[in-house]
Design a protein around this ligand. Structure first.
Ligand code: G6P
Length: 485
């Protein structure tokens, strides 16, 4: 097995995340269509629930009436000891809770896009009630001794509802996105309520030390909580809460084995040939303004402008996976990206089209084909909790060749030290690092890739889960003076 099961017998793992592992769609004549959900969070947790068994509460993408809270229960593994419990949301909840507070307020705020954050008090009411809805489902589907593992910024108030019902519950929350500096977080009108929600956990984990630092200072400054910065603990409401950095990893074996399949290698070869240039450069992201796609395109434009000999040698493929398409900021980003691609190709196409743009989801085997075909992968977000594309590219090419250009503003930059780096806000710096990567001596390319590969393999998904489990099961049950705040 990939991971050792939980050591405590009769304690099940019960996960909650906004988006569940399966997406359901009522498609009239064809009945209910069930597909695996597309989300980094979901792919990361799948091998864990597969190993541990347990339950997973999450939205399956279906809309319902206000009284339809719970939908289907579906098995997640062949072993039949892991189940998905579908949460149904109303149209209003999707607008206010998912598109509103979660993705038009907390998402931009935590990624430092303060000017994009919309604060709407009615939506916040809805965020509260949807969090209660998830908590009720969790309570129904779990036993008091179970380990409740909540994920991400959509569900920050869930711990409070659980703690109220079950004062002794073991609750942990993993925050998958950045946690901003206190003065940014403080602009949220409900900052204190959200923080108190999180502090109803026993363990709160982030991807990097700097998010942990931001969180500790924020709890100290906004709530007056007692904080031990050395051990990363907060003393609040008579409990000790552990706050720690555990950067998520990937199931690299999966990518390695796909990358070794002859038919996929053949397809990758064809893709490279068909691109026509000497160098194939790749970007893969959800179409999100945090990912720095227009900035990346401007770097490519700068490169062609200042080194015109490369417009025939380089093909840049940007894969943009549709995401949160009902949210305005995502719609205007799409227009901006499409306009920029058009402009660059309009300016620099001769017999070769330098930029290719795909706006669609990609199957995993096609993704791996693209990773394999690419001489270089650009992972240049303006801000990113961690970024798994960087790790997937390394895992796919680790035994072969490839160059990674990484933004210092991606959480993964803390682990992937041997990647090339560029400030995504500077087209010139980014373009120069692209050239440096393309022209790098083979020996140095190999050395860098091997070091990256080593860290992706060592700090993989089972390393991540092992460390979280250990902190959770050993460190979180200490009770301090009941009156301490
Ligand atoms: C980020 C978030 C996840 C989310 C994913 C996809 O990685 O941290 O919680 O599931 O984006 O976004 P979506 O809105 O489609 O769930």
């Amino acid at each position: 097995g990939l991971l050792k099961p939980l050591s405590y017998r009769d304690r099940r793992l019960v996960i909650a995340s906004n988006r569940g592992p399966l997406t359901l769609r009522d498609s009239g004549s064809k009945g209910l269509e069930i597909t695996p959900s597309v989300s980094g969070l979901v792919s990361a947790l799948n091998p864990i629930i597969d190993q541990e068994g347990g339950a997973w509460v999450g939205w399956g993408g279906r809309l319902g009436k206000p009284d339809e809270i719970m939908g289907k229960t579906l098995p997640l593994t062949d072993r039949n000891d892991a189940f998905f419990h579908e949460v149904i949301l109303t149209e209003e909840e999707v607008e206010a809770f998912y598109e509103g507070i979660s993705n038009s307020c907390l998402w931009p705020l935590c990624h430092n896009f303060v000017e994009k954050a919309l604060f709407d008090a009615e939506q916040w009411q809805n965020y509260r009630s949807v969090n209660i809805k998830y908590a009720q489902t969790l309570l129904q589907k779990s036993q008091p001794r179970d380990l409740i593992w909540i994920h991400d910024y959509h569900l920050a108030l869930v711990p409070t509802s659980i703690r109220l019902e079950r004062p002794q519950a073991q609750i942990s929350l993993f925050w998958h996105i950045p946690f901003p500096a206190p003065e940014i977080f403080a602009t949220l009108p409900w900052a204190r309520e959200l923080l108190k929600g999180l502090l109803d956990c026993n363990l709160i984990a982030f991807h990097t030390e700097s998010y942990v630092r931001n969180f500790l200072i924020t709890a100290e400054e906004l709530l007056g909580a007692k904080v031990d910065h050395v051990t990363g603990s907060i003393f609040w409401a008579g409990r000790k809460i552990i706050v720690a950095a555990y950067p998520i990893g990937i199931d690299w074996r999966d990518f390695e084995s796909l990358a070794s399949k002859p038919e996929i290698r053949q397809k990758a070869h064809q893709l490279k040939q068909a691109s026509g240039g000497d160098y194939l450069i790749l970007g893969v992201d959800r179409l999100d303004y945090t990912k720095g796609i227009p900035e990346r395109l401007k770097a490519i434009e700068w490169l062609f402008e200042n080194h015109p000999e490369y417009k025939r040698k380089i093909t840049f493929i940007q894969i943009a996976v549709p995401s949160r398409t009902q949210v305005k900021a995502y719609q205007s980003l799409r227009r901006e990206v499409e306009e920029t691609v058009g402009r660059i190709n309009g300016r620099f196409t001769e017999d070769h089209i330098p930029v290719r743009y795909l706006f669609r989801p990609l199957r995993k085997d096609h993704l791996v084909t693209h990773y394999l075909a690419a001489d270089m992968c650009l992972v240049t977000p303006l801000r990113d909790g961690l970024n798994l594309v960087a790790k997937e590219y390394v895992a796919t090419n680790g035994n072969y060749s490839g160059t990674l250009l990484l933004s210092p503003f991606a959480g993964a930059a803390n682990q992937l030290k041997e990647a090339l780096q560029a400030n995504p806000y500077s087209p010139q710096e980014t373009a120069e690092q692209i050239l440096k990567g393309l022209l790098m001596a083979e020996g140095e390319k190999k050395r860098r890739l091997h070091s990256l590969y080593k860290s992706v393999k060592e700090q993989d998904i089972s390393w991540w889960w092992k460390r979280i489990k250990q902190a959770w099961l050993t460190g979180s049950t200490i009770t301090v003076s009941p009156k301490a705040t």
